[in-house]
Design a protein around this ligand. Structure first.
Ligand code: SAM
Length: 295
């Protein structure tokens, strides 16, 4: 079983946290200036979230091709897309070797994918290969350092719930060990440049989610659940706690450092459990980086 096969519920919960559809519309119309129909390929498409929000914004006749390594997510995508009004197909494939001809697509895009891949350059090479000359490469990737800094809870000292220094070192060590990088978003302009992508620009998603205790709305619970799915104040069993401590120690932290850090995660979980009176503001700060293929 692929590690992403059981992530459908997680993806369904978290996607809307990162992106406002009107911001995507702004990018399509004012920044990317897409006025003619385009063929889009979405690398690491999951169940096709990006296709669902992006395609209705594109000129009529545009097509969507989703590529993913997870059989289960591709299956879900095919079911969900049964009723969409645009041409589409899903391909079960690794992003490193997509069974499509060279120079096929106007846009090769990915959302939260390169951060999970040890060799992002190889995926960019494949995106370039199946994109047309002058086609666009668009990546939307995370910045975990920023995400952790951009969670504000009113009345709670930030230092009591988030150790930004520890996290910064943790992310660097995870990157060294696994080659995957949760802070790849802000590095993408440089990574694109070394892959010979031209006219590179970047933007940050404008999505800010707000929970105000006095203004209860239906979204609130789903925002908490999504935050917890993304690792903020999640409920941890004793076994999960000791696994985390061991993982931190494998990454070179002392037991004391690891325990001190975990106490903050546990504190955040307690705060989330008693959340009726909480005012919270959160931004995911995803970086959209884009440029053009020159063959
Ligand atoms: C965080 S999810 C994002 C999914 C989707 N882009 C979205 O925004 O909902 C990462 C996706 O990348 C896919 N993925 C990871 N490694 C891959 C690879 N080597 N080739 C193709 N897809 C991959 C996973 O199966 C998963 O669907």
């Amino acid at each position: 079983m692929n590690t992403w096969d059981d992530k459908f519920d997680y993806l369904k919960l978290t996607r809307s946290l990162y992106l406002n559809v009107d911001y995507l519309q702004f990018l399509v119309e004012k920044v990317w200036k897409i006025t003619k129909k385009v063929d889009v390929v979405d690398f690491g498409c999951g169940y096709g979230y990006l296709g669902l929000v992006l395609m209705p914004l594109l000129p009529e006749g545009s097509t969507y091709t989703g590529v993913d390594i997870s059989e289960e997510l591709i299956k879900r995508g095919r079911e969900i897309f049964k009723s969409v009004p645009f041409d589409h197909k899903f391909i079960l494939s690794s992003a490193n070797g997509v069974p499509e001809k060279d120079d096929t697509f106007d846009i090769a895009i990915c959302n939260s994918v390169l951060m999970h891949i040890p060799e992002p350059d190889a995926v960019l090479t494949e995106m370039k290969r199946i994109a047309k000359n002058d086609g666009m490469i668009i990546t939307c990737e995370s910045n975990w350092n920023a995400v952790n800094a951009l969670l504000y809870i009113d009345g709670i000292k930030k230092s009591k719930i988030t150790d930004l220094g520890f996290l910064q070192t943790l992310f660097e060590r995870v990157h060294e060990k696994t080659k995957t990088d949760g802070n790849i978003g802000m590095k993408m302009p440089v990574i694109m440049a070394r892959n010979n992508i031209k006219n590179i620009q970047a933007r940050i998603s404008d999505s800010v989610r707000i929970i105000l205790a006095d203004e209860k709305n239906e979204d609130q619970d789903s925002i908490y659940t999504s935050l917890q799915s993304d690792g903020f104040g999640e409920e941890l069993s004793d076994e999960q706690k000791s696994k985390k401590i061991n993982w931190f120690m494998e990454l070179g932290f002392s037991e004391e450092e690891a325990t001190k850090y975990l106490e903050k995660e546990i504190k955040l979980n307690e705060i989330f459990r008693n959340r009726d009176e909480l005012n919270l503001v959160y931004a995911a700060a995803m970086t959209f980086c884009f440029g053009y293929v020159s063959k």
